[in-house]
Design a protein around this ligand. Sequence first.
Ligand SMILES: Nc1ncnc2c1ncn2[C@@H]1O[C@H](COP(=O)(O)OP(=O)(O)OP(=O)(O)O)[C@@H](O)[C@H]1O
Length: 259
Amino acid sequence: MRLATKDVTWAVGPATIVDGVSLSAEPGEFLGIIGPNGSGKTSLIAMLAGLRRPRRGTVELDGVPLSALSRRHLAQKLALVEQQAETAERMSARQAVELGRTPYLGLGHPWSELDDAIVARALAQVDMTPLADRNWHTLSGGERQRLHIARALAQQPRLLLLDEPTNHLDIRHQIGILDLVRRLDLTVIAALHDLNHAALFCDRIAVMQAGRLVALGTPVEVLTQRLIAGVFGVEAAVERQENGSCHIRFHATAGALSG
Ligand SMILES: Nc1ncnc2c1ncn2[C@@H]1O[C@H](COP(=O)(O)OP(=O)(O)OP(=O)(O)O)[C@@H](O)[C@H]1O
């Protein structure tokens, strides 16, 4: 499934938060979005998910404007894992994942064994089967994050939007989740903070700075010493890997936060 934006802009009062971004994610592609805190990644993802209406510009799924799709239809195509999604409900881990089946249920479509199987598979994919009956409120931040991802997988979308999906995860699960979503036959768009994860897993990377898209290309094209210094304000050496990817080595700089 292809998702494309044209000139999307979002503003709060006079402050432009996302400024004229045009990009596309092609079917099966893993597109990373990187950029400093406050550069507009979450705001852009909210527009890509149809949660926020652009003040200007369009977002299209396979050529159809998001605004033309019903919420139910959109939820069967596209799943979002938000950065800080919480639930106040008392529910088990499994019940949290079962919510992913909501867009498929209704009159004439009651819960079935197939739904059970899809939920069980999603729990297994994120390594949460052993904790499936635990109460949500007793789970750690990383376990909850993995359940959010399982809920999105249970939604069986064609396109997965992830806002910092590895937040809270230990290194094994960070790599495991990114590897999992890369292998699925899905279009994936993910905001990532770890530039080496972006280099390792993304087909292409979009770079946001102060609301604007300032670079878009393969990891090797985008992750240059110059771009990292210009956008993130840190010194780094970029090493080319034998497999064609790159690895970034950051230099500790005294007073990096003092501007
Ligand atoms: N509803 C809002 N009202 C006012 N300002 C907002 C609102 N939503 C976002 N912003 C501002 O817009 C800017 C972009 O925020 P956004 O959350 O999109 O950035 P981000 O790149 O995802 O940041 P982070 O890496 O910290 O998650 C920030 O300066 C934020 O304070």
